[in-house]
Design a protein around this ligand. Sequence first.
Ligand code: KIV
Ligand code: ZN
Length: 562
Amino acid sequence: MNPTVIDPNYVRIFDTTLRDGEQSPGASLTSAEKLEIARALARLGVDVIEAGFPAASPDDAEGVRMIAEQVGNPMWGEGETTRRVPIICGLARANKQDIDAAWNAVKYAAHPRIHTFIATSPIHMRYKLRMDPEEVVERVKDMVAYARSLCEDVEFSPEDAGRSEPEFLYLVLSEAIKAGATTLNIPDTVGYTTPEEFGALIRNIIANVDGIEKVIVSVHCHNDLGLATANTLAGLRAGARQAEVTINGIGERAGNTSLEEVVMTLHTRRALFGLTTGIDTTQITRVSRMVSTYTGIPVQPNKAIVGANAFAHEAGIHQDGMLKHQETYEIMRPETVGLGRSKLVMGKHSGRHALRVHLEELGYKLSKEELDAAFQRYKELADKKKVITEADLEALVGDQVSRGEEFYTLDGLQVACGTMGMPTATVRLKGPDGQTHVRAAVGTGPVHATYCAIDAIVGVPNKLLEFNVHAVTEGIDALGEVTVRLQAEDPTLHERTSPQNGYTRVRTFGGYGADTDIIVASAKAYLAALNKLLAASGFSKDGGSSTPNERSQVGSRKEKNP
Ligand code: KIV
Ligand code: ZN
């Protein structure tokens, strides 16, 4: 956030895609993916990025530190020096260890924030915390003061505020302000309230909490009853000036309030709300696609703003009405959210520099090696495809970024399939030992055969949970995108317990691949997911640990058939 913002009608957008969003069942991002999403969020213009929960794991802490350093400082991208630098925030339970972990991760940012929380509802205090209300108040005083001794910007959340006793909530919040909190966030943790109730809660907090005029009031709603956006808007109308949101509304259970819905409602209904944000709405579609690709969580087609059908009248459904008057069925222009992006004026002969400039405009800052690889792939694509769009470029780079650490890479693939015989794939991979490995396998279809051949080389027992394929652009020469999600065959190997709510989940690994040949895209996506599974299992190229194909030569995949 720009700390000098004093416009009383400015709503700070606090994005928690990388923290609450990453707690979604099935979402699991590599550090490279988190960094890329954080960069895209900064370009989008969010005021605060909640980059993770540093006490949750060393990986989380490292991810937050990296984002603080690389996105939370003015030099996060060439040519970006005039852009606002977002606040980088880390979540912490109200205890010293968590607060220290959060501070140690965010302190590298130009504008760091510690966000500490403790539950205040009777049910949470009694059964989760096993603490008396008086103990909770003491903890709030001590831990907010401790966080403030480390960091000037401290956010406090009374978890499950939506089901807390109002008088107790006022007391806790006024103590948090006295102890130095600068933002008070009011979470409807279990998505229980209705818009009328939540609006009244915010109004009453503003009317009853001592010192409230010194802080920013924030709202954080979950979508269990489908009311997260409505509740957030009710909170903003009641005087809150920070909205906590995620891209595509991903998050615990039914998710969090979605950024695109709140921002576009404030934008489209400006006259009603009279509130502004710092979001560049033309970036919304791009960031939505990136988050969906990297998390492996598809966007439902009828999702407001970013679903494939959200602007379907563009495809001719209501065309007659549209021709007579554009606003017959249209309350927003697709260009406003960055849909229908222009075709690139980049030909087959465009150089590396032009590619770099275009990628930077799209928010991708690549290292020299990454740019070389992207350029190589761009040339290959330009040979096959007449018109290259921004969406093609994003697919091309997204595929590269989402790979993370690569133990095995595709070096060659040949498939025979059709109605006349058994689908057979021959796969050549480059392994962590620098050698090439070749295997052939038959399957029920060409993708199945390819995955069997890959398994025979990599040898990591796993369960394929999801396999999705779709075209990036229209036309017969379109790039195909494939996303897969898998988990280790032994689920106990990758369990993650959330320090917020104690839920244990089996970690899943997503992979993404793009190519004009969808079998090649499928192989790349599968390898990307397997590489992540290997990295999470502690394999390293130079760490001396045995590669999986040394431990088990032949994989089996009887259970899957994409
Ligand atoms: O939903 C919730 O209560 C939270 C808090 C940690 C803010 O995510
Ligand atoms: Zn939450």
